[in-house]
Write a protein that binds this ligand. Structure first.
Ligand SMILES: [Zn+2]
Ligand SMILES: [Zn+2]
Length: 365
């Protein structure tokens, strides 16, 4: 079949909007008609080569849509099911999947790196040239074939043009607060970076019982949005060392500091915001080349630093749970969507992201 998609041919170049050929689903795969896709900062990182994947590639990894066809071996999905696309294929066979940690599934790194589906081939092509699928999702396309394990069935009551955010940003952020961290009622937290992921961390902290929630971001509109979503205080890093400001506000530092940008300087800031025995949780995706410098004496005071992959989330358990929180009004997703756009406007949305504008743009099909 044919599908219109946004394709990255060369690092740094604009995405090309074009019609591709798409083969049908093979063993343990499903064909999805995308309804919506968020534009995540990691898409931006792939476009500019901070993160690497095989090219050409249909970008987009925060998709939601409707199952159109199921391949052989798929038993838990039927045509017409509404699904949110997860980042992990949950292969069920690797060591981490067997330990019930599918967020560290060995296949996830492999499909991000080689841009293929689990059998090592692609379904998209352009005049015979294979075109890869980012993260096994490729949601910047009207249709995509994805691993069945990445297609998480959700209730039809949930609007897909909103809950697509649960595919990446929300699960990464809310999961980091609820699953990775061990927040207790009354704890203090700081969140560095108030884009889609940071605002999800913030809301997760509130749900987990944190009562002092400090949002750190240089963009005034994002600080205002953070306050409307539950932040109790905000910090503008342009007013001086953010870590110092947070320590001063909290009489010595926070229980948990979340880094949601993937930058070395803000990872170090998170470390420097901690009270004794506090924990820094690194949520943002850094360049694989980055290295950090931490004051080692912090370990002597039982400070900890911990990574969070995909919010330590088990997609089949957590994606429906987060959507339920949204439907109950406890998780605010509509407010995080700055605007809805058409696929052809994706490059403009990247430009806005580069300028730090808005929390999340969502493509609707
Ligand atoms: Zn993402
Ligand atoms: Zn696995």
């Amino acid at each position: 079949m044919k599908t219109k998609a946004a394709v990255l041919y060369k690092v740094g170049a604009p995405l090309q909007i074009e019609e591709l050929d798409l083969d049908g689903p093979k063993q343990d795969e499903v064909l999805i008609k995308m309804v919506a896709s968020g534009i995540c900062h990691s898409d931006y990182s792939f476009r500019y080569g901070v993160l690497e994947t095989a090219l050409p590639s249909v970008l987009g990894h925060e998709g939601a849509g409707i199952v159109q066809e199921v391949g052989p071996g798929v038993t838990d999905l039927v045509v017409g099911d509404h699904v949110v696309c997860a980042l992990t294929p949950s292969c069920g066979k690797c060591g981490m999947c067997l330990e019930e940690k599918p967020y560290l599934c060995a296949e996830m790194g492999r499909i991000i790196w080689n841009g293929c589906l689990l059998d090592g081939t692609t379904r998209f092509s352009n005049h015979g040239l294979p075109v890869h699928t980012l993260c096994g999702v490729g949601s910047f396309s009207e249709y995509s074939v994805i691993p069945a394990g990445s297609a998480i069935k959700v209730t039809k009551d949930a609007p897909l043009e909103t809950v697509c955010l649960v595919g990446c940003g929300v699960t990464t952020g809310v999961g980091a607060a609820i699953n990775t961290a061990d927040i207790e009622q009354g704890d203090s937290v700081a969140i560095i970076g108030c884009g889609g992921v940071g605002l999800s961390v913030l809301q997760g902290c509130k749900i987990a019982g944190a009562t002092t929630i400090i949002a750190v971001d240089p963009v005034p509109e994002k600080r205002t949005l953070a306050l409307s979503l539950g932040a109790t205080d905000v910090v503008d890093p342009n007013d001086g060392d953010a870590a110092k400001q947070v320590r001063k506000m909290t009489n010595g530092g926070v229980h948990f500091a979340f880094e949601a940008l993937g930058r070395t300087e803000t990872v170090e800031q998170a470390w420097n915001m901690l009270r004794l025995a506090g924990e820094a949780i690194i949520v943002g995706v850094p360049s694989p080349k980055d290295k950090i410098k931490l004051g080692v004496v912090g370990f002597f005071t039982e400070r900890k630093i911990k990574g969070s992959a995909y919010g330590s989330s088990v997609p089949k358990r957590d994606i429906p749970k987060f959507i339920d929180l949204y439907l109950k009004g406890e998780l605010k997703l509509d407010q995080m969507i700055t605007k809805r756009i058409r696929l052809k406007d994706v490059n403009q949305a990247f430009d806005e992201m580069g300028r730090g504008e808005g929390a999340r743009s969502v493509i609707t099909y």
